[in-house]
Design a protein around this ligand. Sequence first.
Ligand code: GLA
Length: 372
Amino acid sequence: MTTAAERLEKADSLWVSPGRVNLIGEHTDYNDGFVLPFALPHATAVSGTRLPGKRWEVTSEQTGETVSFDLSAKVEGWAAYVAAVVWVLREAGVDVPGARLTIASDVPFGAGLSSSAALECATMAVLADLAAADLPMRDRPRLAQRAENEYVGAPTGIMDQAASTLCQEGHALFLDCRSLATEQVPFDLAAAGLKILVVDSRAPHAHVDGEYAARRRACEEAAGILGVTALRDVDVDALPDALAKLDDETMRRRVRHVVTEDQRVLDTVAVLRAGDLRAAGPLMTASHESMRDDYEITVPQVDTAVRVALEHGAHGARMTGGGFGGCVLALVDEERCDAVETAVREAFAASGFTPPDTFVVTPGQGTYQLSR
Ligand code: GLA
């Protein structure tokens, strides 16, 4: 099978950015907390050739559709992610040249695997390259996040753009979403005899944007009541005191998820540093329970996938990404992987759910250039 990059024709510049899964640390990024994503082998490739003037022509290899825009346009649909990057680069003082861009992607769309961040990051890399702009990789996630927040209008945190830009093959990216300090944590599944099975629940996403924004608002409101900049500033030891200061039961649950989830990221990093990958399993499962019971962002399909994976010997399992559908990660011994996959499929069929997509992933490489 050809990769996304191989399907593109010769151009002045060609860059690749991956989708991501998050091993642990969900809805912590916009609370200035900790996340531990890794890049997927599935990636989006963008090729670019300069055009005269300030005009951009963007073609999707998948649909054959071409969208053209200039600086006066407010672009909608998938091409908005490209226009958003043109906009944010110009805001950052980059003189973005006009260009013909072609996009090919292997990142499943709408599965919570950050296909939009992959598109933003690869587009940014190509346009920065064509502009010969001095734009360090470490500064790009904030810009791509701003493009998504302010141009596209989705109030996301920084995890997806950071993962797509900064992840390294064979590692998970430990990111402090406040300072943006990073550590590449070795995550060699094969050496430990393990696999990560991804189950794309294919559950229809409903009300995702509104629910995401509502969770974010509740966290910010809680931080205000507690007198802290962000929930990251509530230490897990101080959680009972913090909860006692909040009257609203729903808000208490939201805070409990975020504060305990930050601690689970720190604990997961500790076990990975110690080389004990299996010990990440129970932390993943605890994270799922917290998302299900306290943050209330799971749906029956993902809860089923997690439960069945655990019943069939997974060391841990959890939903990954923003929630209300999307994918589950199960950490399994290599020899149990097929059995877990089969059991999940059977359980989906028995429940009358749409059959899931399943695949095994290893930590891939963040944004990189291909020469053509
Ligand atoms: C989405 C957002 C991220 C993050 C996750 C939840 O993927 O884009 O910024 O908030 O949800 O962890």
